[in-house]
Write a protein that binds this ligand. Structure first.
Ligand code: TMP
Length: 221
């Protein structure tokens, strides 16, 4: 499925800001992004909603390669490069131009996912993936990253209950794989407390939504 970046609203923010959403598959990002989108429209805030991988035409092709071709062998290192190729195009064509146009840019995942999934859980190495991310983004970082944190046992329940057309490469991975992922995300949050804010994703969608709104309002104040 290819989703073009969604752009709407007519009240420009004074300075473009960039927010990413992170978390394990099944942590509730999709629900929260839909609630946030509705709130931004009510507030008439101009925003761009996009995602990694898949926020550009090249990204859609890469997403298909990564998630739609189970017949294709892709090594963890090759996979790491494919996500970074998606990111390089995404930053150049979508994220940086939108920030420079004064928009609020919201990305469903960014390089923290590469660090957690490829760097930590897939074993490519955190430092190597951090270096690749630095190159792909030209050093640009989200102003705020919202990490929806959930125990892997809960994530498994949610992921397998979901009826969606596309499955992550990692749905079938073991509980320990998802535990490594969660630990990597939490370690990132600990190392970047000013940027990455952790939200307990076992709360109700409404409670989580209100915490997200508060973080965004604080960022824009
Ligand atoms: P999602 O779009 O449903 O969140 O799924 C994207 C999947 O890709 C998810 O399993 C996380 C994974 N992913 C990586 O492994 N590395 C990355 O750099 C990104 C952006 C996503």
């Amino acid at each position: 499925m290819s989703i073009a970046p969604t752009e709407t609203g007519n009240k420009p923010v004074s300075k473009g800001q960039f927010i990413s959403f992170e978390g394990l598959d099944g942590a509730g990002k999709t629900t929260q992004l839909a609630l946030l989108q509705r709130w931004l429209e009510q507030q008439r805030i101009s925003y761009v909603l996009t995602r990694e991988p898949g926020g550009t035409p090249l990204g859609s092709e890469l997403r298909h390669l990564l998630f739609g071709r189970s017949d294709l062998a892709i090594s963890p290192l090759a996979e790491a490069f494919l996500f970074q190729a998606d990111r390089a195009q995404h930053f150049a064509d979508v994220i940086v131009p939108a920030i420079e146009a004064g928009k609020l840019v919201i990305s469903d995942r960014c390089y923290d996912s590469s660090i957690a999934y490829q760097g930590a859980a897939q074993g490519v190495g955190i430092e190597l993936v951090e270096q690749l991310s630095l190159i792909a983004t030209a050093g640009r970082s989200p102003d705020l990253t919202i990490l929806l944190d959930l125990a892997p046992s809960q994530v498994h329940v949610r992921t397998h209950d979901e009826t969606r057309g596309e499955h992550s490469r990692f749905d079938a991975e073991s509980l320990s794989f998802h535990q490594r992922l969660r630990e990597a995300f939490l370690a990132l949050a600990q190392n970047h407390p000013e940027r990455i804010k952790v939200i307990d994703a076992t709360q109700t969608p409404e409670q989580i939504h209100h915490q997200i709104i508060a973080l965004i309002q604080a960022l824009r104040a």
